[in-house]
Ligand binder design. Structure first.
Ligand code: UTP
Length: 299
């Protein structure tokens, strides 16, 4: 039986240039889908999967992110005085207990692999999860929880995988599949951002991982890969041929993934999450219908 996964790394040190000028002063992960920051969705998903230690890899200018998880005594006192228990409960969900959360600085944005490596001393010799808060996944059972359950069967290293159309495949890490068992696929190779005609499959890796500590050793020895960055994909791919390793598996999760690192994905997620809210659905739905009708009439 593999060891329990209780630690998760949240790499949030990227520059977020696709959201400039907003990200000049607001960390991307604090931007809200309806009324919850991206990072709150990530934390909720991690908690549901049994994560107890939350490790953020941050960078300069991400102070708002650290403040977000702090207790806010004055605000709480005011809400309590006014009897606003519903808002107090929402706030409580954002608090982290002392020692539950850690922040590590990545001093230079040298890539996702490098960001994960920065957290090596806090991980030690245990399996760990990596969650990219940019990838928001709407699912009945949260994605990382699905993966943790599948990982109990496979051990080794597991990446979340989803099918992607050929014109988009070159934006992703792509799996070369050895054996396809439905939700779990065993992997014989991984390529970061291949040209569409060289992609080994249409199965792309997205931002959820369960990794063995040997990935950190692989990262120790690595130089930059595709795009001049230290790629996490390359460190995971090395485990495929590691005679002492326990293999690499892709997991086809059930759920809808939104790429909230892109403007289009962020807007789609906003609409989708708003439509799933009883307090917003009707008004928004009516508005969207009007917009479509006006647009169609104009054509
Ligand atoms: P992205 O490729 O989306 O980069 O990183 P980015 O800087 O966040 O955004 P753009 O492309 O400039 O708009 C994917 C994830 O990896 C983290 C990011 O914070 C994001 O969660 N990351 C990336 C790091 O933590 N460090 C890095 O050096 C690179």
């Amino acid at each position: 039986m593999p060891k329990k996964v209780t630690k998760a790394i949240f790499p949030v040190a990227g520059l977020g240039t696709r959201f400039l000028p907003a990200t000049k002063s607001v960390p991307k992960e604090i931007m809200t889908l309806v009324d919850r920051p991206l990072v709150q969705y990530a934390i909720d998903e991690a908690r549901a999967a049994g994560i107890k230690e939350f490790i953020f890899v941050t960078s300069r200018g991400k102070g708002a992110l650290e403040d977000y998880f702090d207790h806010s005594p004055i605000l709480e006192q005011e809400l309590r005085k006014k009897g606003k228990d519903d808002l107090l409960a929402i706030l409580k969900n954002t608090n982290m207990d002392s020692g539950e959360i850690a922040y590590i600085r990545q001093h230079k944005a040298l890539g996702l692999g490098h960001a994960v490596w920065c957290a090596r001393r806090l991980i030690g010799n245990e399996p760990f999860a990596v969650i990219l808060p940019d990838d928001v996944i709407a699912a009945e059972k949260p994605c990382l929880q699905q993966m943790v359950e599948a990982y109990q069967e496979t051990g080794g290293n597991m990446v979340a995988a989803m099918e992607v159309p050929p014109e988009k495949i070159s934006s992703y890490g792509v799996l070369d599949v050895k054996e396809d068992k439905g939700s779990i696929v065993s992997v014989k190779g991984m390529v970061e951002k291949p040209p569409a005609d060289q992609a080994p499959s249409n199965l792309a890796v997205i931002g959820r991982y369960i990794l063995s500590p040997s990935i950190l050793q692989n990262l120790n020895k690595m130089k930059s890969g595709a795009g001049g960055e230290i790629q996490l994909t390359d460190a995971i791919a090395q485990e495929i041929n590691n005679p002492d390793g326990q293999g690499v598996f892709g997991y086809r999760f059930r759920g809808q993934r939104f790429d909230c690192g892109s403007k289009a994905g962020f807007l789609q997620a906003t609409v989708s999450f708003a439509l799933s809210r009883a307090d917003l659905r009707d008004d928004l739905y009516r508005y969207l219908q009007e917009v479509v009708e006006i647009d169609q009439a104009a054509q």
